[in-house]
Design a protein around this ligand. Structure first.
Ligand SMILES: NC(=O)c1ccc[n+]([C@@H]2O[C@H](COP(=O)([O-])OP(=O)(O)OC[C@H]3O[C@@H](n4cnc5c(N)ncnc54)[C@H](OP(=O)(O)O)[C@@H]3O)[C@@H](O)[C@H]2O)c1
Length: 295
């Protein structure tokens, strides 16, 4: 079987085009420019790259962005004061605090301090609760991106046996809640596996849609997957460098072997990754519309 490769790069491109038009219309009709403030504490190279891509994507789409890069020594009080200023700033509709934060800052306090209306990451407990009861303002970016990948690739989610490997608060748990809602693009039977699961392969082999987010390179092998399944690989790992010095990446799935057996699969890179930033942009536009009473 030759698997369909679900291209996150292509689907993210389509979505960004749609967003660009919506942003232009908001400006023309209502003089609204969605605004995103990013907050980065310290100089972690990976976090700097993520923030750089977010700011660049804002520029490309016509979203106003304000970048706040802070020293690793900043106190929790100073960070809270900045968040308070951003909450009061009418130009800013979304606030994104890049995690992880340095150890001396309590992440839970910072997540709680962001106004749920400006919480475009969807991590505030109010937004987590709203998602769970099926009335979300903002869906967290990576799980929302995965749902959109499935919908736009024509995968039937309603009635499907979905198995998710990994129960993190940013991927596995919210994704399970998104896909089990009684809604279009959801309505699946969802199983979530984790380190306490006694026989992971038993579950993964039953999956019509297998979504893997556990953070272990090539953990899912061909024998763990049902013939004709759809596989979404969230993991991303640097496993070496080419002679030219470029990073070699892989996911949590043994792509080369699994692709021979399944109906559709996401690659790494170019699968889930490009969707995450796009969904952040979508949430920022939504935040601007919520602030203006347009939704
Ligand atoms: N592309 C993107 O935009 C994006 C976004 C987020 C994450 N990621 C990637 O996705 C992967 C997962 O990220 P995460 O933040 O969700 O990870 P995480 O917070 O480390 O959580 C991993 C989850 O997998 C489970 N797990 C780990 N080893 C397992 C095993 N051997 N068997 C069964 N379950 C196991 C853990 O179980 P316990 O709960 O029992 O410990 C945990 O629930 C990482 O590679 C990350 O880089 C990519």
């Amino acid at each position: 079987m030759t698997a369909q490769i679900i291209s996150g790069t292509e689907i993210a491109k389509q979505l960004r085009e749609e967003l660009k038009q919506e942003i232009a219309e908001l400006k023309k009709k209502y003089n609204i420019v969605p605004g995103l403030a990013t907050v980065l504490v310290g100089s972690d190279p990976a976090s700097q790259v993520y923030i750089g891509s977010k700011v660049k994507t804002c520029e490309a789409l016509g979203i106003y962005s304000e970048r706040n890069d802070l020293s690793a020594e900043i106190s929790e009080e100073e960070l809270l004061a900045l968040i308070d200023r951003l909450i009061k700033d009418p130009k800013i509709h979304g606030i994104l605090v890049q995690l992880p934060l340095p150890k001396h800052i309590n992440e839970a306090n910072i997540t709680l301090a962001v106004d749920p209306k400006k919480d475009v990451d969807g991590f505030h407990p109010v937004n987590v609760g709203k998602l769970m009861i099926g009335e979300p303002d903002y869906l967290p970016c990576t799980p929302h991106g995965i749902q959109e990948l499935l919908i736009r690739s024509g995968v039937k989610i309603s009635g499907a046996e979905v198995v998710i490997v990994g129960r993190s608060n940013i991927v596995g748990k919210p994704l399970a809640n998104i896909l089990l809602q009684k809604k279009t693009g959801a309505n699946a039977t969802v199983t979530v596996c984790h380190t306490g699961s006694s026989d992971i392969a038993f579950h993964t082999r039953r999956a019509d849609i297998l979504i893997v987010a556990l953070g272990k390179p090539k953990f899912i092998t061909a024998d763990m997957v049902k013939e004709g399944a759809v596989v979404i690989d969230v993991g991303i790992h640097r496993i070496g460098k080419t002679n030219e010095g470029k990073s070699i990446l892989c996911g949590d799935v043994d792509f080369d072997m699994v692709k021979e057996k399944v109906k559709a699969i996401t690659p790494v890179p170019g699968g889930v990754g490009p969707m995450t930033i796009t969904m952040l942009m979508l949430n920022t536009v939504r935040a601007a519309k919520i602030a203006a009473g347009l939704t």
